[in-house]
Design a binder for this molecule. Structure first.
Ligand SMILES: *Cc1c(COP(=O)(O)O)cnc(C)c1O
Length: 344
């Protein structure tokens, strides 16, 4: 079979949630947007619910509806994009909690779904989602009378602990919300690691659950093994792949495996990554193409049937670094051609 095999370790996922939860004295939610960061919404969310997660966050109402079908009634499901035109039926039918981002969304919400749960998202400087401080000042008393379930904001630079933006946003968030009798949430994975002052009443990690930085104690959740389709011997001076970017300097044995940029192995990540046979690294040579990757296996004692590209030795962040990207992008780009197995 020439499809890669993506193994998702649900026990590692649950362990990562427990260890993030143990870093705070407050409740810990889970962010499962974008199909559980590419690893599969249903299995990911059910595992986290069994581990004790009571509050989930998604990006859009449609994801919330799918999540409700996977989890059934009970867990709180909040939607970062808030209440968009056309969302009312989904929000009502699936008991979703929109994070209201603007006066317009607030008006839409009270008009279309009066007395339906909602939270408030404030912008404390990232300028992406949430009410501006002036908007909040104008709306605050009216909004609070409607009893929001949560007030949240998001940090722009939490993965850089020394960055002055963190203290700045913390200060703004406190100014906007101190004294308000509603649970508050500021920290995602990076914010949890910044320490207690950032934790408020609820933390909402995403990437750390799935084995990504900045949570460097995370266990690897995704491992990816790629079948070898062909092996050949090159004489010195022969080249490999599109654009002849790699030339054999010695007699070289090259293996071709089944995965490429169409499967989320970014074309830019050629330099410095390897395919692994057990603990042995076989450098990737030549360009990553759409469906194929080539690696130098000269130093292996025998011919492998498959080689691993994601494992304990080479993480999503290693692949990302090689491509000038981030672990989040590698995870969410993992392709649909892989055979997927979930292990407990
Ligand atoms: C994606 C997201 C999170 C989770 O962030 P991680 O860095 O993956 O932990 C939390 N809050 C908001 C608003 C987000 O968009």
């Amino acid at each position: 079979m020439s499809t890669g095999h993506l193994t998702i370790d649900l026990a590692a996922l649950a362990d990562n949630w427990r260890s993030l939860d143990a870093k705070t004295g407050v409740a810990t939610a889970a962010v499962v947007k974008a199909d559980g960061y590419g690893l599969g919404l249903g299995p990911v969310a059910r595992t986290l619910a069994r581990a004790g997660v009571r509050h989930f966050f998604v990006a859009i109402a449609e994801e919330g509806a799918e999540l409700r079908r996977a989890l059934g009634p009970g867990p709180e499901i909040s939607v970062f994009s808030g209440h968009m035109p056309g969302d009312a039926d989904l929000l009502r039918a699936h008991g979703l909690t929109p994070m209201i981002n603007s006066v317009d969304q607030m008006l839409r919400h009270v008009e279309q779904l009066p007395r339906h749960r909602f939270g408030i998202q404030l912008d404390t400087g990232m300028n992406r989602l949430g009410m501006e401080p002036a908007e909040w000042a104008a709306l605050r008393d009216i909004a609070l009378r409607q009893k929001p379930t949560l007030i949240m904001s998001h940090l722009a630079c939490a993965d850089e602990p020394w960055h002055g933006m963190n203290e700045h946003q913390l200060h703004v968030f406190k100014e906007l919300t101190d004294g308000v009798d509603v649970p508050r949430s500021l920290a995602a994975t990076g914010g949890i690691l910044l320490g207690e002052r950032y934790h408020f009443d609820l933390c909402r990690p995403g990437v750390g659950l799935y084995g990504g930085e900045p949570f460097d104690e995370a266990k690897a959740v995704a491992t990816l093994d790629l079948p070898v389709i062909q092996i050949r011997d090159l004489t010195p001076g022969e080249t490999v792949g599109y654009g002849n970017t790699w030339t054999a300097a010695r007699p070289t044995r090259v293996a071709t495996v089944a995965a490429g940029y169409a499967d989320g192995i970014l074309r830019g990540c050629t330099g410095g990554i390897a395919l692994y046979s057990g603990q042995t690294a076989c450098p990737v040579v030549g360009r990553v193409s759409m469906d194929l990757i080539t690696a130098d296996i000269t130093d292996l004692p025998g011919d492998p049937e498959s080689l691993s590209i994601l494992n304990r030795l080479q993480t999503v962040d290693d692949l990302a670094d090689a491509a000038g990207s981030i672990g989040y992008e590698i995870l969410t780009a993992l392709g649909h051609r892989y055979r997927r197995s979930y292990v407990e």
